[in-house]
Design a protein around this ligand. Sequence first.
Ligand SMILES: O=C([O-])C(=O)C[C@H](O)[C@@H](O)C(=O)[O-]
Ligand SMILES: [Mg+2]
Length: 421
Amino acid sequence: MKITEIVITPIAMKDPPLRNIQGVHQPYALRSILQVKTDEGLTGLGETYGDLAVLTKLRQIAPRLAGLDPFDLNGLERIITETLGSAAGLATHGLVGEASDEKTLATVLSAFEIPCWDLQGKALGRPLVELLGGKVRDAVPYSGYLFFKPATHNPAPDYEPDSWGEAMDASGIVAQARRMVSEYGFKSLKLKGGVLPAFEEVEVILALREAFPDHPLRLDPNAGWTVDTSIAVGRKLDGVLEYLEDPTATIDGMAAVAREVSMPLATNMAVTAFSHLPPSIRVDAVQVILSDHHFWGGLRRSRELAAICRTFGIGLSMHSNSHLGISLAAMTHLAGATPELTYDCDTHYPYLVEDVVVPGVLNFTDGAVKVPAGPGLGVELDLDSLARLGEQYEKCGFDTRDDVTPMRAIQPDWDPVIPRW
Ligand SMILES: O=C([O-])C(=O)C[C@H](O)[C@@H](O)C(=O)[O-]
Ligand SMILES: [Mg+2]
């Protein structure tokens, strides 16, 4: 089997005004959808970031992959490494740690690796989970991801406001959690923090604890706090949190907090590449790593990360950014075959109102998504939806994720400073 053509379609999907330390989500989230076509008539699907900097790199690589066998993942990596060379780091939105050449290569590799896996599965007539060693679980549990949010974007886009309404205080977040739990059955809850002053977020967590006595809870202010604030919050939430995620920036900062608090510290900001592991392990900076195949280099690399975590006694969870069904399918196959992944994975999927995959395969039951049974990723591309979301991209008026500018429309003097509290 040989790759003959790669079609890359940037798309924009409606996204609610979700708040975080940087500001607020734009009215559309951007993704790139990949169709890798072969001489055998099979098409492998992929999904990654839609930011122009990523898209440009994908377009640079795509023509060079003509003739490659989708089973040759080492060959894929070689072509990408040779083409990008010592590529300057991709600009990122600041919520997944520092940009670096290592992460640029890992991001681009992952974007093309997933469609190759999809092709391998399709060629063999086997679901991807079987190519990764077989199922260790039939369904992958996800956590309910809670966000502070205003009711509408400002200015409001020309589509119906999202159905989640405003959630800027404890009662709004508890109501959001109730809907997440009743509609999706989530068994754990994660609050995106860094929005209110730290001790107000503590009160929101305590309200969640009261409303959901048995749900493991997580709080993630995306490095919005100083070391001292993080320690004070950690002490106050002793026995309440399953883990505290990225309270403060840097490996040294996390290590200083970890020495003083009882709960595990988790990260998708301080340790986001293999080169971060030795310095982090040396000082026991983090006890849980949120893997993300989109920037850790794909599924093979994610499994290598899992092995390192197992070796060093580090827990493994999974990070998400706003994503569509192709990414959810890849996350579910990976988690379905990775025994080290013992924490419920993150997902933004409940906030999605439009997708490029044909509905029916990816459903949440009791908070979990069944590992798709069809060949490869087990999801089918809906070409009409792809075209519509592609048109939406052309019209949306931006080509890069930016949470700061829309926040300044709400608060003109907004400064996304870290740490804030
Ligand atoms: O765990 C995290 O840090 C994230 O999920 C990063 C995301 O970008 C989140 O902050 C968001 O969607 O605003
Ligand atoms: Mg995080």
